[in-house]
Design a protein around this ligand. Structure first.
Ligand code: BES
Ligand code: ZN
Length: 666
């Protein structure tokens, strides 16, 4: 049976109300409430449509996962043991998610049982593994042995020459959103959470999501025989937060409860980048929510092909090496991943349709952390950049995508791939809603007590948007009239920008806008004789213009210029001089470098600039930079774009590789 059919349709309650199109502005509060109510599922949390498993029948009391890393074969051999309890009524089979796994054996309470792993693959969800439930017991152990295959989507295996130390191969995982099923058979849904104990035997130092259980073997010298690494995760976690990395790893402290891991050649730079802020961030977050419950907070800095900025794997945030810029200017990514310790990891979206509960709350908390440490103006500055990113992302969506995926609560019930739904929308629209609610209800002093209440109520649980809204009404029962003025339907279900634009404090952004405007005016007033452009622009501007600015201010300046300049001979020369004076291409900060090319390439600066972009693209694997970089190159020099891709293909992560190939039409 298809799991989603087991549940009542989410539209059951629609019968007593009329369906109102979210496209139209809905003004009366009764009407607003009715669309929200019409979409309310029969019971909450709503069923997850992105799993093939029959998770609704079980509580997973405990998980034991054992792996042996087979380096020569580039495979993981594993055994997983689930302690399962039947919820109400036992089904005939236990159905688990898998994807490109070889399944060897299934046992219940140690006795081999019949299973079917030879099921038809359903894209993009994978295969179901059906195990006969040959027991009357309401609580039992289910054991599956398996291995990963070369088609695994959750892992990247790197050759020694693709690493910093060049000494050893390297392996790392990325499970969010639905890739854990290619790493082990599981109920691959954020609705299922379990404590997990992991044992990994590998020739190389290994980390995983959990607290390290000390091992007896000597870890300082690589043994010829494998070493067993052990991790205990007592707080129940969903499958997408399971993570593993193994390779030539070492670590140094970055705070009283924190370490950074990386390959030995980079470890001191990594320590410098994070040691000033990590503990400050944890303490700021603890003051906003409640004490950090995961004991340790460590960061692993990955090789450059890691396709994201950061991933909030519990106890061991995975981070892109592009954060290591030597100026501590990218640490907001650490604030973000740390904030997930509450929003996402402790309190989890029940399905990827409600992803904004993870990311919107996390961006909100990230900016609260930044605000607590550097002041409200910085919080607003970051929100201004976010609002602009949201606008650009929505503008860039083709109409069909925009209609589906610029909504806060998305619809994935027809087997849409959560990776396709991924965008800035859940991040920025979600955090905008929370920021709006904070101000509407009376500002931080009034809103703040709700934060620990919400995270306390749902900790170790998974929830949907309806439960979030109900909890808000429950907590602010005396402010019902205010909450009733919120246009919930538009916020939750309408495509496009949020219905309300916040009032931002622009004090930090104004200097950036002003300088951009000065350049635009200078270009407009440039003399008509092309020979004097250089001297003219150099007479108007110098490096003092940006003295004392942060990288983020460069970003806002470059974004604003890219928005307002139009191609002309004067613009080309102006941007050339600008690049020469301010030296953005030589920045150690990829956020700045990528914006520089976004400005310089369309301004047609010429072959040397395009080649410099191509060279840079051979050094970064973070999709946020790689994909727009190739799209820029494609517009001015298709051959260079294709040869650059071919040259670096093996370096990119499989997900990134296939995305860029698509973007280039290969
Ligand atoms: N959890 C996300 C990364 C992610 C989301 C991976 C969905 C796969 C599927 C992580 O917390 C994140 O948001 N990373 C951002 C960092 C940022 C917003 C500061 C990134 O990678 O850019
Ligand atoms: Zn995030």
């Amino acid at each position: 049976m298809i799991p989603s059919l087991l549940r009542t349709s989410s539209f059951v309650k629609r019968s007593f109300t009329t369906f109102i199109s979210p496209f139209k502005a809905v003004s009366t509060t009764t009407m607003t409430a009715s669309l929200f109510e019409s979409k309310r599922p029969a019971s909450s949390p709503e069923y997850d449509p992105s799993t093939l498993s029959n998770y609704q029948y079980f509580n997973v009391l405990h998980t034991d996962l054992d792996y042996r890393v087979d380096w020569p074969k580039r495979k993981l051999f594993g055994t997983v043991v689930y302690k399962l309890a039947i919820k109400d009524k036992a089904p005939e089979q236990i159905v688990l998610d898998t994807s490109f796994l070889d399944i060897h054996e299934a046992k219940i309470n140690g006795e081999p049982v019949k299973f079917d792993a030879d099921t038809k693959r359903i894209e993009p969800l994978g295969n179901s593994l059906n195990v006969d439930l040959e027991t009357k017991a309401t609580e039992f152990d289910l054991t599956i042995s398996f291995n990963t295959t070369e088609k695994v989507t959750a892992l990247q295996w790197l050759e020694p020459e693709q690493t910093a130390s060049k000494k050893a191969p390297y392996l790392f995982s990325q499970c969010q959103a639905i890739h854990a099923r290619s790493l082990y058979p599981c109920f691959d849904t954020p609705s299922v959470k379990t404590p997990i104990h992991t044992k990994i035997s590998s020739v190389y130092p290994t980390v995983a999501s959990g607290n390290v259980v000390p091992v007896k073997q000597d870890q300082t010298e690589y043994a010829t025989a494998d070493t067993v690494y052990e991790f205990q995760q007592d707080i129940p976690i969903p499958s997408y937060l399971f993570a593993i990395a193994s390779g030539d790893l070492t670590s140094l402290p970055i705070g009283p409860r924190s370490k950074v891991y990386s390959e030995p050649p980079n470890i001191h730079a990594c320590q410098y980048e994070f040691e000033a802020d990590t503990e400050k961030f944890i303490e700021a977050a603890e003051n906003i929510v409640f004490p950090y419950e995961w004991k340790t907070y460590n960061v692993l800095v990955l090789p450059p092909s890691f396709p994201y900025g950061g991933m909030e794997n519990p106890n061991i945030t995975f981070a892109t090496p592009t954060l290591i810029s030597g100026d501590r200017q990218n640490v907001d990514v650490i604030a973000h991943e740390l904030a997930h310790s509450w929003s996402g990891n402790l309190v989890t979206n029940c399905s990827w349709e409600h992803f904004w509960l993870n990311e919107g709350w996390t961006v909100y908390l990230e900016r609260r952390i930044v605000g607590a440490i550097h002041g409200e103006a910085h919080r607003h500055f970051s929100a201004i950049i976010g609002w602009k990113d949201l606008q650009s992302a929505i503008d860039a969506m083709p109409p069909a995508v925009r209609d589906q995926y610029s909504r806060l609560v998305v619809h994935l019930k027809e087997r849409q791939d959560p990776d396709d739904a991924f965008s800035t929308v859940p991040y920025e629209k979600g955090s905008s809603l929370l920021f709006y609610l904070e101000n509407l209800l009376g500002g931080k002093p009034v809103f703040d007590p709700f934060i620990p209440y919400y995270f306390g109520k749902f900790q170790k649980k998974s929830l949907d948007t309806y439960q979030f809204r109900d909890t808000l009404y429950e907590f602010f029962a005396d402010k019902k009239e205010i909450l009733d003025t919120v246009d919930w339907d538009t916020w939750f279900y309408a495509p496009g920008m949020p219905p309300v634009k916040p009032n931002f404090d622009t004090s930090l952004a104004d200097v950036c806008y002003n300088l951009a405007e000065k350049w635009v005016k200078a270009i407009a007033a440039a003399p008509t004789d092309g020979n004097v452009y250089d001297a003219y622009f150099r007479a108007c501007f110098n490096i003092e213009d940006i003295a004392g600015w942060s990288s983020t201010q460069y970003v806002v300046f470059l974004d604003s210029l890219a928005d307002t300049t139009t191609p002309s001979a004067a613009t080309t020369e102006a941007i050339r001089v600008l690049g020469d004076i301010y030296q953005f291409a030589g920045s150690s900060n990829p956020e700045v470098i990528s914006r520089w090319y976004t400005l310089a390439v369309p301004a047609r600066l010429g072959a040397a600039t395009y080649q410099a972009l191509a060279d840079w693209l051979g050094t970064v694997g973070r999709m946020k930079f790689v994909r727009p970089g190739f799209r820029l190159l494609l517009k001015v020099d298709r051959d260079l774009a294709v040869t650059t891709f071919r040259k670096n293909e093996a370096f990119y992560h499989p997900i990134c590789r296939s995305m860029v190939a698509k973007d280039l039409g290969l």
